[in-house]
Design a protein around this ligand. Sequence first.
Ligand SMILES: Nc1ncnc2c1ncn2[C@@H]1O[C@H](COP(=O)(O)OP(=O)(O)OP(=O)(O)O)[C@@H](O)[C@H]1O
Length: 259
Amino acid sequence: MLTLKDVNKVYLTEAEAVQAVSSVSLNVESGEFVSFIGPSGCGKTTVLSIIAGLLRPTSGDIVLHDKEITGPTEETGYMLQEDYLFPWLTIQKNIELGLMITNLYNEKTKNDALRLLQELGLGDKAQAFPSELSGGMRQRAALVRMLAPKPSLLLLDEPFSALDYQTKLKLEDLVFSTLKQQKKTAILVTHDLSEAIAMSDRIYLFQSRPGSIHHVFDVPDELREKLPLEARNDPAFHPFFQTVWKELEKVENKHSNTS
Ligand SMILES: Nc1ncnc2c1ncn2[C@@H]1O[C@H](COP(=O)(O)OP(=O)(O)OP(=O)(O)O)[C@@H](O)[C@H]1O
């Protein structure tokens, strides 16, 4: 469904040329959930922005559904650390605006979004303003806004990192089950290794200088089949965590030695 082949990105600043991403190749199949982890500055967000069509690579190919990505597309939805809900619009209007911007506003898409809002426990908040909602509720509203135009590929850039721990665990389960139910494909960027393990089918560990893929881990089947909170409590979780952690430490040490 999504293929990146030999993707490179060089940022040209006044002072220097920064090789942010080097030779990144990966393949994500429809319905898969993958994560990008790695030290700060290893190019995770750059790769995500290239997949989103917000950035052009310096070289390399990015193909989504057999089409080269050359700019933002309706096929892609985002969920970020901040919800970016407009404070002067109600939750319902925020969601409808997302549909209007993508030219997908009609009775069906609007009603589907309102139904999902209800399913996610926000039915009574449709007419509320973002400031009247808790952080977790706002991210649930952002999830509905992202899904309303029915994108097939979801890009999640640290969507849980601003939440308290308990809310984060609950939202991980909710996002995971909603995306699985809708058979979505997702890429998560996170600094939280346990979150990556609990949610993903596969984990791409990036290294820096230049940003590239250091190692790819397949998450054990027994964890992949479970909801994130259940997966965290599975006997297979800790040994797998240790395996990935060891590689992550190698990459972090290399990073701090060259910083
Ligand atoms: N607009 C830009 N101009 C110049 N250099 C940039 C720009 N954006 C990112 N970089 C550099 O590119 C490299 C990769 O940055 P990127 O933000 O993709 O990393 P990251 O892994 O997402 O980091 P973090 O985990 O801290 O968000 C870094 O060295 C960064 O300083």
